[in-house]
Design a protein around this ligand. Structure first.
Ligand code: SAH
Length: 468
């Protein structure tokens, strides 16, 4: 199993200082499951590559007691990919062989350890249970450019189809310690296996190595679940702590954790996308767009010629820009999408003249007087033909096991409404500004408390009349 890390930072041989391994020496390390060797296939000022070769003792593995390796290892003495693929063995090797680099320390080049430098990683054989799609969902949000080549199951028998093994190249400009923590956590996540027993200590590892990035990662739930071997109590604990320990978390990630069990966010955004498509809109606004999840869906639909995301939070917009890989979008896509900062509490000329606006899980963040200002800003001044607006249904909160009785889904929510409260607000607004409102539940429907999300679709009267 071979991992290489290259940089073109100049002088590139400084990589040796960051990894604490001299470019001119081959070094070997004994590990409990085999040996690791570090050497440099190239060490020039313009480009330097360090290689970590992992020699897993295949025979030794088979002598270990069964059960330590999980069910997949019942056949271990006969068939095992472990010696040849990137797995939790590689994570352990990274932690032992590159421990200082992993924690971001460098005696000789402390500043460089803090600096984002161009890095490229090659993994000779990476098992991706979940395919290339999962590989991309895990690494792209962290800013990686990915190329992946899938191996056939057996070159002699092409009919057997594709394997789950890939040769992968990852490129990013980041600190070396960030890159190593990403690999440390995500390789076993992709492999969906661990060679050792997993208990609460594993949560500490996940939170330690995921400290600066996991809380904002869109796949944090599946990462935690797979990293903790699908053990529900451990996963729940990790996700709850992740949300406590990151004061920087944005609104939607926290609410998403409460609602995660039913994957409500996905259902909600899918429904909103459908409504926007159905109403025939071409130019659409996503107001309070947050990290841009809806924008991403809208971009995929050719019908939308102009898509605008607005949010009051610079931080959310920056995340949205990164998540959507705005800088790297092809020119034509870039022309369709615009992000800007603004507040829904103030009149804004930039919002005038659109076919439709989505306001998804936003109004509950407004103080009541601001809510009145918002209604004028949107329905009176901006006046899109269609408004799709969602907000939590407070009656449903009793169904969320991980939500304390009497609390809102997010601490920044100023209110959460019952179905009656939402209906009467929306009806009042419609009358006042000349719209007609239709209501839809989103998420699993219950007889007693309705659905978790409530949606109103407002259509401007001139338009509503046209339809009749
Ligand atoms: N619509 C997104 C995000 C919901 S979280 C989604 O459904 O995933 C609420 C968002 O509203 C946050 O990103 C917050 O920054 C934004 N927001 C709060 N007050 C706002 C205001 N006055 N104007 C614009 N955006 C606001």
């Amino acid at each position: 199993m071979l991992l290489t890390i290259s940089t073109t930072y100049s002088p590139a041989t400084d990589l040796g200082y960051l990894l604490h391994k001299h470019p001119e020496r081959i070094q070997s390390f004994d590990l409990t499951f085999g040996q690791a060797h570090v050497f440099y296939p190239e060490a020039r000022d313009e480009r330097c590559t360090a290689a970590l070769l992992l020699d897993v003792d295949a025979v030794g593995l088979t002598r270990r007691p069964h059960g330590r390796f999980g069910e997949n290892f019942a056949l271990a003495p006969y068939v095992s990919d472990r010696p040849y693929v990137a797995s939790s063995f590689l994570s352990v090797a990274i932690a032992q062989v590159f421990s200082s680099a992993l924690s971001g320390k460098s005696k000789e080049r402390p500043q460089l350890a803090e600096t984002a430098i161009p890095l490229e990683v090659k993994l000779s054989t990476l098992p991706c249970r979940g395919g290339e799609q999962l590989l991309r969902r895990l690494f792209e949000p962290l800013g990686y450019k990915i190329s992946a080549e899938r191996h056939t199951l057996d070159a002699q028998f092409p009919d057997w189809g594709e394997s789950c093994y890939f040769t992968v190249t990852l490129q990013n400009t980041c600190r070396l310690s960030e890159l190593l923590t990403h690999l440390y956590v995500l390789i076993p996540v992709l492999d969906d296996e661990k060679h050792y027993w997993v208990d609460e200590a594993e949560i500490e590892k996940l939170l330690k190595h995921g400290k600066n990035w996991l809380a904002a990662h869109p796949e944090q739930e599946s990462i935690a679940r797979r990293y903790l071997k699908h053990l529900r109590p451990l996963t729940d604990q990790a996700l709850a702590r992740l949300c406590d320990t990151d004061p920087q978390q944005t609104e939607e990630t926290i609410q998403a954790q409460v609602e995660a069990r039913i994957n409500l966010n996905e259902v909600r955004l899918q429904t909103v996308t459908e409504v926007l498509k159905q109403c025939g809109a071409k130019r659409v606004l996503d107001l309070g767009c947050g990290e841009g999840k809806l924008l991403r869906k809208l971009l995929r639909e050719k019908q939308f010629e102009e898509i605008v995301g607005m949010d009051v939070s610079h931080r959310a917009l920056k995340i949205a820009q990164e998540r959507l890989h705005y800088e790297r979008l092809p020119e034509r896509q870039k022309e369709r999408l615009r992000l800007f900062q603004g507040s829904l509490n103030y009149q804004d000329k930039r919002l005038v003249g659109y076919d439709a606006a989505a306001v998804i899980e936003v109004i509950e963040h407004f103080d009541p007087p601001r809510l009145a200002a918002f209604a004028r800003v949107l329905f009176e001044f901006a006046g899109p033909r269609t408004v799709v607006l969602t907000t939590p249904n407070i009656e449903y909160n009793v169904k969320f096991e991980n939500l304390q009785a009497g609390t809102f889904r997010h601490k920044d929510h100023r209110f959460e409404w019952t179905r009656d409260e939402f209906h009467s607000w929306a009806t009042r607004i419609s009358k006042r500004f000349g719209y007609a409102a239709v209501f839809h539940p989103i998420g699993p429907m219950t007889e007693d408390v309705g659905s978790p999300t409530q949606m109103a679709v407002f259509t401007r009267e001139d338009r509503a009349a046209e339809r009749i």
